[in-house]
Design a protein around this ligand. Sequence first.
Ligand code: PLP
Length: 369
Amino acid sequence: MIYLDHNATTPIDDHVLEAMLPFLKSFYGNPSSLYRHGRIVRSAVDAAREQVAALVDAPPSQVIFTSSGTESNNLALATLPFQGKLSISAIEHPSITEPALRLKSLGSILSIINVDANGLITPESIDDNIKRKPDLVSIMLANNETGIIQDLAPYVKKLRANNITVHTDAVQALGKIPVSFNRLGVQLMSLSSHKIYGPKGCGALIFEKGTEIKPILLGGGQEQGLRAGTENAAAIVGFGKAAELAKTELAKRFEQLLALRKLLEDGLTTIPGLTIFARQADRLPNTVQFGIPEIDGEMLLMKLDQKGFAVSSGSACASDGNLPSQVLIAMGVEERLAKSAIRISLGVSNTQAEIYKFINQLKALVCQA
Ligand code: PLP
């Protein structure tokens, strides 16, 4: 199989697995236990906290480990005051839109920040939303489908000057572009391990000191009392190792992925009628989303699967529905073209030969259709 769906998940790095194994076998102590067997695990969790913090340029004491990017996003939105005002961008992941809709059903006021044809949030929509005086704004740093990167820092400055708490979902940006919690200036940032060659089922919420976090899980006092539950030490250690590798290899990975993406895009543009969405926008180096008129994205995905290629037709987490990509609809893409969308997300083990094979196969399938 040629795997081209790294925004859905990445394979675990060998060094990450190696770092995790002792914590699945020998060091099984509870990190909250006071005896040595527990303290060893506690130190490993704290070392991982430092590694994750270093990747996003934040103090380790401001990292809360969670079970996933999804949990981090839910925890971030839970900071909204009861029946408060929330604004989210029109292109958020379901792990933001769904809790936002739940909050709305419980009496909160929800507004949407619009994006332009390139998927970038518009300054006018930010201003409109500021006028509504939201308590919390959530805007993702990079989009999982199109790869579009938002120029967030100036907006954050403006929002914070109006006493608005700002959260960013940095799950897809992490490990692909430099991410600095301090430079962005947000109060809350969500991360996930399995998008950066770490294990699944592990994430983090980075928070600014003084931000009022309301824990969703109550129980023991783990994670400064902000996320109860015995820590998944092996996964956290793996996340830490993956973060360390991502930091040292960031520039190399970026160049490698960008070169592969260019090759892919050069090939794609030889297919008549094919549109690369938001091609001119600043995008993640590994992500390309395209559409071909009159071709159903899900059908094409299944045919590519039969030929041994793993791709996505949009957000992996919503791929069981036959709805057009809501991200593309928000960008003003016509519904029929949006329904044809295919997302390719490259990873560090992809090769030029795989890209050529993919292009040839895609051409053959499109000709048959
Ligand atoms: N946010 C974005 C932008 C994502 O792409 C994803 C997963 O695809 C998530 C959040 C959820 O992360 P997790 O799979 O760790 O729950």
